[in-house]
Design a protein around this ligand. Structure first.
Ligand code: NDP
Length: 285
């Protein structure tokens, strides 16, 4: 039976460390750290994510600045706000909650965030840095997954790592981070032939697909580390991952639950990136 990787506990440890460093920076340099969160429209899921981010800011001692804009906000108005935040000394990190309403160009908005304040690590400059392994910010979800793997004590170097999913925000950077740690990485996607066979080779398996219960216990190597990034809302309102937990936990050595696995880590890593931005600005990174 697999050991459960407790994302809440790991994220609490990460946030505690951030809170301590934040207090030290305040005492030593008299600075406070600020995260600006921009939300456009009234998507209920986005609203929940933004509130969770605000709570996390409070918990670690950051200031949070929320900009809740109406759905009708124009491209020019949003870009003007980004420009203002880029120049604002109190703001160390800028996060634009996605998805944006259809009439707004997400790519253009992200490209206008200063790479030094791009705490989501979505700007092409930061994406490029991840590729060459010279990064200041790590994308939050893959970075959180790396912390969870580290918490098991299992070494990545030389291991067979299989990532299911190749999105720009999770799958691709995930594969890159595992590669930088010298894992032998296979990236699977919707056109992969025999997904089960690929998954069965994995010492470390990361599922970031968005299909409930796609990965079953019989697709998992005995003793593997299984990280489930999936967050799928079922018709009965319950949250479920991409891994069928009941069968997978019988085969895996370590496994993350949904909820309570990767989710809490994503926010903790956002706080980490905001701290990194503040330290870089102070020249102490
Ligand atoms: P995307 O929809 O952008 O990407 C999904 C990927 O899965 C694609 O690469 C797609 O392949 C692949 N895929 C789809 N169906 C299959 C299949 N049957 N077999 C193999 N591969 C398949 O999703 P995201 O990467 O944004 O998110 C993935 C999941 O992670 C979602 O459930 C999301 O909610 C969750 N998530 C959770 C976060 C957290 O904090 N816990 C943060 C971010 C995301 P192809 O490229 O060929 O289309």
């Amino acid at each position: 039976m697999a050991k459960i990787i407790d994302g809440k506990a790991v994220s609490a440890r990460v946030k505690e460390k951030i809170a301590m460093e934040t207090a030290e920076l305040k005492a030593k340099y008299g600075v406070s750290i600020g995260l600006a969160v921009v939300i456009v429209g009234d998507n209920p899921a986005s609203r929940i994510y933004v509130n969770n981010k605000k709570k996390a800011c409070e918990a670690v001692g950051f200031e949070s600045f929320e900009y809740a804009l109406p759905t009708e906000t124009t491209q020019e108005e949003l870009l003007a706000l980004i420009d203002k935040l880029n120049k604002d000394d109190k703001v160390n990190g800028i996060l634009v909650q996605l998805p944006l309403p259809k009439h707004l160009d997400e790519k253009l908005v992200i490209n206008n965030i200063s790479p030094d304040k791009d705490v989501d690590a979505f700007h092409p400059v930061n994406v490029g840095k991840i590729m060459i392994g010279d990064y200041s910010f790590l994308p939050c979800t893959p970075a959180g997954v790396m912390e969870l793997i580290a918490s098991t004590g299992v070494e990545i170097c030389g291991k067979e790592c299989v990532v299911v999913g190749r999105s720009n925000i999770v799958g691709k950077p995930m594969s890159m981070l595992l590669l930088h740690k010298s894992g032998t990485v296979t990236t699977c996607h919707s056109k992969t032939k025999d997904l089960a066979e690929q998954c069965r080779r994995a010492d470390i398996l990361v599922a970031a697909v968005g299909v409930p219960n796609l990965i079953k216990g019989n697709m998992i190597k005995e003793g593997a580390v299984v990280i489930d990034v999936g967050m799928n809302r079922l018709e009965n309102g319950k949250l479920c991952g991409d891994v069928e937990f009941e069968t997978a936990e019988k085969a895996a050595g370590y496994i993350t639950p949904v909820p309570g696995g990767v989710g809490p880590m994503t926010i903790a890593m956002l706080m980490q990136n905001t701290l990194t931005a503040a330290k870089t600005k102070l020249g102490i990174q």
